[in-house]
Design a protein around this ligand. Structure first.
Ligand SMILES: Cc1ncc(COP(=O)(O)O)c(C=O)c1O
Length: 443
């Protein structure tokens, strides 16, 4: 099949419920940081397939491990007969997650089913029905994870009614006016309004939060936010749950985004990059959360030997190949270079991030900060034409997301900057065919 035939077949028989498209790419192969399409054109991938390919595509170590594992034991359902890879993986995850208390691990296949685990088990473990989460948060598309989410992607459905959403501190767009006391204003709002009205602490089991709101627009909260949120939870006997599905496992320049704030959550949700491309998710948390019920959240292939073996190898690669350090150093360099672009293009309102989780927010003017939605789509489209893959995110669909494999090099950053520079220039000079861009609705 050539690209066009593939796209036509996909359009005819693959459900639109699965699609969020930004340009007409098809993927034939991928290696390292590069993707090859069906015309054999090569692209540098700054998406890592929505932050999955952290260790790069087609790593030989993972490939060998998978072959070896498939030949030795292709499958056992861990629900009824455990094997070693899953248990070793659980031990490994417990060893890298802080928290001086007894922990257990649950396994699934996606960020959604792992957050579904939180939605079910946290209220059950605390014997309290309610949960809090944040506007702009993205936790998944199943009923429970969708109910925890506060992102427009889930707004077509009414989730379960036990979750109250509160504002997330956004330094670029402070909700309560003042930029000064962003964290304090939100903590006060929860304590003096939410707790005294619709979600009293004695009925609130947990607060679910992303350390950086990624699909919400790469929003980086102030440094005091997570420590203050943790304190609030401790003061009111509420569990703090960190959703690290997208930014966890090294992307921010630490193992986890909460490591920057030295906070130990009661449970951590993992997914996306954990399996090096194989589907696997996990919740690592307090024993009493994960033992709240027996046989209450299980999937036949949970923790299957192939995904678990791939995950073990992926964690070793992150450590041995010093990818966390690379994420920090190359991430800083990338952000600096983007700030230089910002100085040259007025449309770039904000550049922010940690390590290799970077957002570039586009606005029509710096004063009103009106989201430059179509322009954002156009820059992504033009970059694709020029051989660079980026997507956009954000509750206003105006933030270019930069989440490349953590193996990316300085030379590849320089190439990325040259492409983005060209794309912004073409946008300014109205050289991008906006009709082509409009066919792709993205979010
Ligand atoms: C923070 C976060 N949590 C959960 C999910 C859902 O993960 P999945 O798409 O694997 O179900 C996502 C997906 O983007 C995410 O970014």
């Amino acid at each position: 099949m050539n690209s066009e035939e593939l796209l036509q077949a996909d359009s005819k028989i693959i459900s639109n419920a699965l699609k969020i498209r930004f340009y007409p790419i098809t993927v034939k192969a991928a290696k390292g940081t590069k993707i090859i399409d069906h015309q054999d054109k090569e692209y540098l991938d700054l998406t890592a397939g929505w932050a999955v390919a952290n260790t790069g595509y087609g790593d030989k170590r993972v490939a060998d491990k998978l072959q070896e594992q498939y030949e030795a034991l292709s499958f056992t359902t861990q629900l009824s007969a455990p094997e070693e890879n899953m248990v070793h993986l659980a031990e490994k995850l417990i060893s890298i997650i802080p928290g001086d208390f007894e922990k257990k691990v649950w396994f699934g296949h996606s960020g959604s089913d792992a957050n579904e685990c939180i939605a079910k088990l946290v209220p059950l473990s605390q014997n309290k029905p309610r949960m809090l989460s944040f506007m702009g948060g993205y936790h998944g598309q199943t009923l429970g994870s969708m109910s925890l989410s506060g992102h427009p992607a889930q707004s077509k459905f009414i989730g379960s009614g036990n979750v109250v959403k509160v504002p997330y501190p956004n330094p670029y767009r402070p909700l309560f006016g003042s930029k000064e006391n962003l964290t304090g204003n939100i903590i006060d709002f929860i304590e003096s309004e939410v707790f005294t009205t619709i979600s009293p602490p004695e009925d609130t089991a947990g607060i679910v939060v992303e350390g950086i709101q990624s699909d919400g627009g790469l929003v980086v909260p102030p440094d005091d936010f997570l420590p203050e949120l943790k304190k609030l939870c401790e003061d009111h006997n509420i569990y703090l749950i960190m959703d690290e599905v997208k930014v966890g496992l090294g992307r921010t320049g630490e193992w986890f985004s909460f490591d920057h704030a030295s906070v130990a959550p009661d449970a951590v949700v993992l997914g996306k990059p954990l399996g090096g491309g194989m589907p696997i998710s996990a919740v690592v948390g307090r024993k009493d959360i994960l033992d709240a019920g027996t046989a209450v959240h299980m999937f036949t292939a949970s923790g299957n030997p192939l995904s678990s073996a791939a995950a073990l190898e992926t964690l070793s690669i992150i450590k041995e190949e010093k990818l966390i350090r690379n994420a920090k150093e190359i991430g800083e360099y990338f952000s600096q270079q983007l700030c230089e672009l910002q100085a040259r293009y007025e449309i770039i309102g904000d550049v922010r991030g940690k390590g290799l989780a970077i957002g570039v927010e586009l606005v029509e003017d710096g004063e009103t900060k009106t989201p430059a939605i179509e322009e954002t789509a156009a820059v992504c489209y033009r970059s694709y034409e020029l051989g660079l893959l980026v997507y956009y995110v954000g509750i206003h669909s105006n933030v270019i997301e930069i989440t490349p494999p953590l193996t990316i090099t300085k030379e590849e950053v320089d190439f990325s900057i040259s492409v983005l520079d060209q794309a912004f220039k073409d946008l300014e000079e109205k050289k991008i065919d906006i009709e082509k861009v409009r066919k792709y609705s993205g979010w």
